[in-house]
Design a protein around this ligand. Structure first.
Ligand code: NAP
Length: 411
């Protein structure tokens, strides 16, 4: 157990460990949590009751989650003077798992997004977003039920690498001069400059995780989403590296779409294909059911995750996880919605469904299923929070806490 300056770890509970790379899950795992800013505390109070109720109902007293509050965001700043104390990073590293509500991104002052920092510092290289439809959720499309995808978005590089220089700075001027002198590439002198690095290592480990997931969960396809027709040596290379890792490491379990066209059977295999990013935004609307698992570079995945979520009823419902080789961090995908803070009205489903992903990660599938059922039933009965109620005919609008009660009653 590490020594903490500001945190008091629970007196009971057992940390997750790894044995030959495999996660070892005790019956009383310690789970660090960050309740989050703005509406975070409202959401967390509701969510934790749902998690504990599901585990109790699934396993009686044989298993339980041992919660450990760790600090980030405004609460951390108030209590410790830091937005992201080292204690928090140490706790997540030690316990190999965490769950969090939304965090405010401090604007200006040289402070980077806490979410981006967490992903980079803990090397959580895949952002995983399952998107599926819950019957009865109001949506803008005719056949939302055709959407059932899991998006694996590269989390550490691409235009999010943070290598940017403002117009007119010595760094930008130096780069413009260098590109002209050494590379023969001329840019307007008043350009801001951003760098888009994409490496073979990071691309391959992301695609590897997506293919492993597809094989384990018997998913039919993995689609490499890229803009390689324009950005040949970054996004085009992502596609090439994706096929390389598929063929080199999963030859018996996969077949490429080209091989299927040439006559190879796809029976029992995961089909690997690739699509240009802009066409995916059409196809996910027009041929929704053709897609199952996506592997994407960082920016494409950012856009695609929100577009898919909107198609099945919006961001208040979309769960997410940031996963590396050692640590899995589950999180709300929406922001802090500060205007609703403390009002007990916000939809907690994003954090609750992230908790479902967490329970599946622990292998506690019975508890995960109870929560999914509870949410599905609550929506079917039209007993929902304001965001869904305002789009449904004849719905009963519930507070955040009452929605948690409904989920528990409907498990
Ligand atoms: P936001 O907090 O996601 O809220 C925008 C709007 O989305 C809300 O006003 C609300 O719409 C709706 N909404 C969001 N979450 C909802 C939920 N759980 N239930 C129901 N409706 C929900 O986005 P923002 O206002 O742009 O960002 C606020 C802060 O959050 C910023 O500091 C931003 O940086 C941060 N942020 C954090 C994360 C994260 O931690 N992962 C992600 C994004 C943004 P209506 O008003 O129409 O009801």
């Amino acid at each position: 157990m590490p020594q903490f300056t500001h945190l008091t770890p629970p007196v009971d509970g057992t940390p997750l460990t790894r044995k030959q790379g495999q996660l070892v899950v005790p019956d009383d795992p310690i789970i660090p949590f960050i309740e989050g800013d703005g509406t975070g505390p409202d959401i967390w109070r509701a969510s934790v009751r749902v998690f504990d109720a599901a585990v109790q109902r699934a396993f009686g007293n044989a298993r339980r989650l041992v919660w450990f509050e760790v600090l980030a965001g405004e609460k951390a700043k108030d209590l410790t003077g830091e937005w992201l104390p080292n204690d928090t990073l140490e706790a997540v590293r030690s316990f190999k798992i965490a769950i969090k509500g939304p965090l405010t991104t401090p604007v200006g002052g040289g402070i980077r997004s806490l979410n981006v920092t967490l992903r980079q510092v803990l090397d959580l290289y895949a952002c995983v977003r399952p998107v599926r439809y819950f019957a009865g959720t109001p949506t803008p499309v005719t056949h939302p039920e055709r959407m059932d995808v899991v998006i694996f978005r590269e989390n550490t590089e691409d235009v999010y690498s943070g290598i940017e220089f403002a117009k007119g700075t010595p760094q930008a001027e130096k780069l413009i001069e260098f590109l002209s002198r050494e590379m023969g590439k001329r840019l307007p002198a008043d350009s801001g400059i951003g760098i888009k690095p994409m490496s073979e290592t990071a691309s391959k480990r992301l695609v590897r995780m997506a293919i492993k997931y597809a094989i384990e969960h018997k998913r039919p396809t993995v689609t490499l989403m890229h803009k390689g027709n324009i950005m040949k040596f970054t996004e085009g290379a992502f596609r090439d590296w994706g096929y390389e890792v598929a063929k080199a490491e999963f030859r018996d379990a996969i077949v490429t779409e080209d091989e299927v066209y040439e006559g190879t059977s796809k029976e029992g295999k995961v089909v690997i294909n690739d699509r240009i990013a802009d066409s995916i935004f059409q196809q996910i609307l027009t041929r929704t059911a053709d897609y199952s698992v996506f592997a994407t570079p960082n920016l494409n995945g950012d856009y695609l995750s929100d577009a898919c979520a909107a198609q099945v009823g919006g961001l208040g419902m979309a769960p997410g996880a940031n996963i590396g080789d050692d640590i899995a961090f589950f999180e709300a995908t929406h922001g802090t919605a500060p205007k609703y803070a403390g009002k007990d009205v916000i939809n907690p489903s994003s954090v609750i469904l992230s908790g479902v992903m967490m329970l599946e990660h622990l292998g506690w599938h019975e508890a995960a299923r109870l929560i999914t059922n509870g949410i599905a039933q609550s929506i079917r009965k039209k007993t929902v929070t304001y965001d869904l109620a305002r789009q449904m005919d004849g719905a009963t609008e519930l507070k955040t806490s009452q929605f948690a009660d409904a989920i528990i009653a409907n498990m």
